[in-house]
Design a protein around this ligand. Structure first.
Ligand code: ZN
Ligand code: ZN
Length: 700
């Protein structure tokens, strides 16, 4: 009894204690994804892996060791050296030649061997879907090793068994090898649809392991490591193509730098020293790798930021991370906005942001948010809160679905934003929002962009939205910029929307200048270029006063509101739309309901009549405003004044009108004369424009 106690004391004094160093993580969960090549990461649908990338440090440039096969590379990750040292040159299940060093278990020292040396009582487990891993890990060092055969039916048996172990044993060091990606690479081939289809399945297994860590209550003390042994090309690997040689390394958790891209070169044998550094393990003399520079203290950023952008040359974080409040990023400067865009493009497509100030991008070339395609659009809410983005500039080359834009693909909400700057259109769907698909809402967005569609072939480009999908809604938006189309460009161009297939467009105004020239073939409209209505759409309460000019050799359609409306159905709601007479030949082109495009002259527009009509005679809960004498036409800004109609048919901003109307109800003053401001005239003068109100001359 006494002897046991003494031994325990001895152990405490001279052996490491996993809980001794409070600043270090106490658990490392190492997830090996066999056969995942970095070439696939751009298209990979792997939200859990992306979460770890974004929240931690990563590189997609980790180099495999030669040969680019499984056993040699897993061995290097565990053993901190290349194949020339550890001796595993094939998948034969044993060393091909004598290693440079072996430990007491007869194997080249692994990170697992080093863990056991330091922590005799620590918990360490290994799960694998390929039992070739067994000979590489120094099995005797482990508390638990388990092989769970990979099944083509895509079951998650290995991940689930491992998750159970994590929940029960809370391992300090844990490794799992998941084999499905490599299987698909050999079966259907690398870089094939089947390969990309396997990635989310394996990502789900990563999620099961992450959940287990959370369930075990050790999340805050854990570092996750994700690594791969090789990529592949065709139906295999082992060669020296970059598709085989480039692999991801992702590390995330306690003490690890967040949002950091590892820029130093990294090789498989740097993995073991990195894990050793996390757990405070001794790195044996025979190792050759170096720990990756991923630790928070190594990356402490003391750099200078101006407008949220780092001004030093060696910045670890070039853009200032915005504050997060109530689940919403608070964007206060250019760096915050660029950071947010990168974050969304990282795969966080449902995060929200509000602008807390006007943001001057200073002409920095913008990478569209969710530019790639419509299958992974932005799903969050971006609220400008009435602020402006200034000096926006985007000339991003055309993508699969969208071109140059602020948000390429939108399935969420963009609202309360003004945007100034320039877009160079390229390919399809260029605008503030390239493509707004079903369920999206673009509301109270005011574009002052100069949109240049003359440089490259482009189509379906608008002042606010390039293309508006089925069921999408745009309300209370305006365009006050220029849209210039020439060259080989073709199809829909509009002040608000380039082209739509059954969207809803309400309360929008074009004040901008739209021009189509040269060889371009435009469906050009002040609000919408082209409409193809298959199911339903609403087009009401819109206004065009901007000039819509088409001098192209083949001017297809040129109209003040809708360039070309095809296949109009009776159930479509087209009502209460107005345009300045002469802004284009007619309101709506094609087979549309032309009577619902109402031509107005300058006097009607400047005098308040059209504002009143757009509000359908309402003076509360209104959308359109106009400060008479200042605004030449209806505007969408609530800071401007409400338009009232006098009983004598004139329009005015006066609050007196309410009192006047109340007085009218008594029937006493119905024959009185009023000024345009609603003031009761006590005396007329010889000059028709001057009245006397309360003893003073006033202008009519
Ligand atoms: Zn492999
Ligand atoms: Zn393989």
């Amino acid at each position: 009894m006494k002897k046991t106690l003494l031994f325990a004391l001895f152990a405490l004094l001279f052996m490491g204690n996993i809980h001794a160093e409070e600043d270090k993580a106490k658990h490392v969960i190492f997830i090996g994804l066999d056969g995942l090549g970095s070439y696939a990461m751009d298209k990979a649908d792997m939200p859990n892996v992306r979460h770890l990338m974004a929240d931690g440090s990563y590189t997609l440039e980790k180099r495999v060791i030669i040969p680019s096969m499984s056993a040699p590379n897993w061995a290097s990750m565990f053993m901190g050296v290349g194949a020339e040292s550890h001796g595993f040159y094939s998948n034969s299940g044993s060393v091909s030649y004598q290693p440079t060093f072996t430990n007491e278990n007869g194997i080249f020292p692994t990170v697992f061997s080093q863990f056991r040396k330091k922590y005799p009582d620590g918990e360490m487990g290994c799960f694998m879907e390929w039992d070739g891993i067994r000979v590489l890990i120094d099995q005797k060092a482990f508390n638990k090793t388990q092989y769970v055969s990979y099944s083509k039916t895509g079951d998650q048996a290995c991940a689930e068994a491992a998750a159970k172990y994590i929940r029960e044993k809370k391992p300090n060091l844990f490794f799992i090898q998941l084999d499905q990606i490599d299987h698909v690479g050999h079966g259907d081939g690398h870089n094939t649809p089947a390969y990309y289809a396997a990635l989310p399945v394996v990502d789900k297994q990563v999620g099961i392991l992450m959940q287990a860590v959370a369930d075990a209550g050790i999340w805050d003390e854990t570092v996750f490591v994700i690594s791969s042994d090789h990529g592949g090309t065709g139906k295999g690997h082992g060669g020296i193509s970059m598709e085989e040689l480039r692999t991801p390394f992702i590390i995330c958790g306690k003490g690890i730098q967040k949002g950091h891209q590892i820029t130093e070169p990294m090789v498989q044998y740097d993995v073991a020293p990195t894990i050793a550094r996390i757990l405070g393990l001794d790195e044996p003399e025979c190792w050759r790798g170096k720990a990756a520079k991923v630790f928070s203290e190594a990356n402490a950023d003391i750099h200078n930021y101006v407008n949220g952008i780092c001004t030093d040359e060696d910045c670890k974080n070039p853009y200032e991370e915005p504050q997060l409040a109530d689940g919403c990023y608070q964007l206060a400067n250019a760096g915050n906005l660029i950071w947010f865009g990168k974050r969304v493009n990282f795969g966080f497509t449902d995060i929200n942001a509000v602008m807390t100030a006007d943001i001057d991008l200073e002409g920095t070339a913008w990478t569209p948010i969710c530019e790639r395609n419509a299958t992974n659009p932005y799903k969050g809410t971006f609220d400008g809160q009435g602020h402006s983005i200034l000096n926006f500039f985007c000339d991003a080359p055309a993508q699969e679905i969208t071109g140059a834009s602020f948000i390429g693909g939108l399935r969420g909400t963009l609202q309360n934003l003004s945007i100034h700057g320039k877009i160079v259109a390229s390919g399809a769907r260029n605008s503030v929002v390239g493509y707004a698909d079903a369920q999206s809402l673009v509301s109270n967005v005011h574009s002052y962009l100069e949109i240049d569609a003359t440089k490259m072939k482009s189509n379906d480009t608008g002042g606010v939205i390039g293309s508006l999908g089925v069921g999408a809604e745009v309300d209370r938006c305006s365009f006050s910029g220029t849209l210039t189309v020439s060259g080989n460009s073709y199809d829909g161009f509009g002040g608000i929307v380039g082209w739509t297939n059954s969207g809803r467009i309400t309360n929008c105004a074009n004040y901008g200048t739209l021009t189509c020239t040269g060889l371009a073939k435009c469906e050009l409209g002040g609000i919408v270029g082209g409409v193809s209505s298959k199911d339903f759409y609403v087009f009401s309460h819109n206004l065009n006063v901007g000039s819509v000019t088409n001098t192209a050799a083949n001017p297809l359609y040129t109209n003040a509101l809708i360039g070309h409306l095809s296949r109009c159905r009776v159930e479509n709601e087209i009502a209460n739309n107005h345009f300045l007479a002469g802004s284009a030949a007619q309101g709506i082109g094609g087979s549309g309901a032309r009577e619902e495009a109402i031509s107005a002259n300058n006097a009607q527009l400047s005098g308040g009549e059209i504002t009143y009509l757009l509000n359908e005679g309402r003076t509360d809960s209104i959308v359109w405003y106009q400060t008479l004498g200042e605004d030449n036409w209806p505007v969408l800004f609530a800071g401007h004044k409400t338009v009232y109609k006098s009983e004598n048919g004139t329009y005015h901003n006066g609050e007196d009108a309410i009192n006047m109307q109340a007085a009218d109800k008594t029937g006493k003053s119905s024959s009185a004369t009023y000024t345009l401001k609603g003031q009761k005239v006590s005396q007329t003068t010889k000059n028709k424009d001057i009245y006397i109100v309360k003893g003073k001359k006033v202008l009519k």
